[in-house]
Design a protein around this ligand. Structure first.
Ligand SMILES: [Zn+2]
Ligand SMILES: [Zn+2]
Length: 325
């Protein structure tokens, strides 16, 4: 069989290289998908830079895949299909049996422990693929498959409070801001000082306030931290009102500095969200079908994955970065 062109990570810290990889045989329950677009996530950057370990190597990164099934039993019936981060779960462990497959003991993840979508084709377990709506362009849908999904899960974890602060206004936050606005909430966006591009995007998407981390324009009911900076945890705790929740939404964060107990006192809650469940996927795409969200994307040709990762590392991407294949 003809090999597949892919961008390959040989080892953490090395540049991705364009390579031809063996085209795998399908196993029962799998589908072969021709990739149209694949979002670039901060997790990909953590893997590329070695801040997140445990990946299969060599690895094809990418877990926000939009494409069409070319072989196997198509779960989308001819439409487009999305491949998200959650690639497989055991359905037997304590977590799987209690509706928390996102925490499965033996879960496999796309673009981490399974090959991902920085490639012409991907093979995926059909049960974990998400049928996608018609309408939006491939590149505009791609960020929903992680930034949107993790953002959605983080917003649910943040509770129903009205005043929601988003720390770090990139791919995930720019989607969450729209979901929160649709629910009638007040959105406040906290960015790096002087990041005018992110602040203006936040205001365009309905944030009532956008400014620098460290400012506290009003008390918050919840804060979601998307930036991987541990020092944001005590800052966000200080910004939420009594009974408020701080959600850490990233897979990796630098060490959290010590902070006085009074920041947690008053029944403030500090938690993380990890991965996604298939129900999260179905709920998000149902919500988006009712109230569409507009993603702002910067596209790169497939072979320019390194350039996309560089721009993400520099905080230069407005919205989400997406590779078109
Ligand atoms: Zn399990
Ligand atoms: Zn991701």
């Amino acid at each position: 069989m003809r090999p597949v062109r892919a961008m390959l990570l040989d080892a953490p810290g090395r540049k991705l290289r364009e390579a031809e990889i063996r085209r795998p045989e399908l196993r029962p329950g799998e589908v072969r998908i021709r990739v149209a677009a694949c979002g670039v996530c901060r997790t990909d950057l953590h893997l590329r830079d070695g801040e997140l370990t445990g990946a299969k190597l060599p690895l094809v990164l990418g877990h926000q895949v939009v494409g069409t099934v070319v072989e196997g039993d198509d779960p989308a019936g001819g439409g487009r299909v999305g491949v998200p981060w959650l690639g497989w779960t055991c359905s037997e462990c304590r977590y799987c049996r209690s509706g928390r497959e996102n925490l499965c003991d033996r879960a496999l993840f796309t673009g981490y422990t399974l090959d991902g979508g920085y490639a012409e084709e991907i093979v995926a377990d059909r049960r974990y693929c998400l049928p996608l709506p018609d309408g939006p362009a491939d590149a505009e849908l791609a960020p929903l498959l992680c930034a949107g999904l993790i953002g959605y899960r983080a917003l649910r974890a943040a509770g129903d409070g009205e005043r929601v602060g988003l720390y770090g206004f990139g791919a995930a936050a720019h989607i969450v801001a729209q979901l929160a606005r649709q629910e009638g909430r007040r959105v406040l966006a906290f960015t790096r000082p002087g990041d005018e591009a992110a602040q203006s995007l936040a205001r365009e998407l309905g944030a009532v306030w956008a400014g620098a981390v460290g400012e506290r324009p009003e008390k918050l009911d919840a804060a979601i931290i998307f930036a991987p900076a541990g020092e944001l945890v005590p800052e966000a705790l200080a910004a939420v009102a009594r009974g408020g929740t701080v959600v850490c939404a990233g897979i990796h964060m630098s060490a959290i500095p010590t902070f006085p107990y009074e920041l947690l006192w008053g029944e403030r809650v500090l938690r993380s969200v990890a991965n996604l469940t298939r129900d999260d996927g179905r709920e998000l795409f149902r919500a988006v079908a009712e109230h569409p969200v507009q993603t702002t994307v910067e596209t790169f040709p497939f072979a320019a994955a390194e350039q996309a990762l560089d721009r993400l590392r520099d905080g230069a991407v407005r919205g989400a970065a997406v590779l078109t294949v």
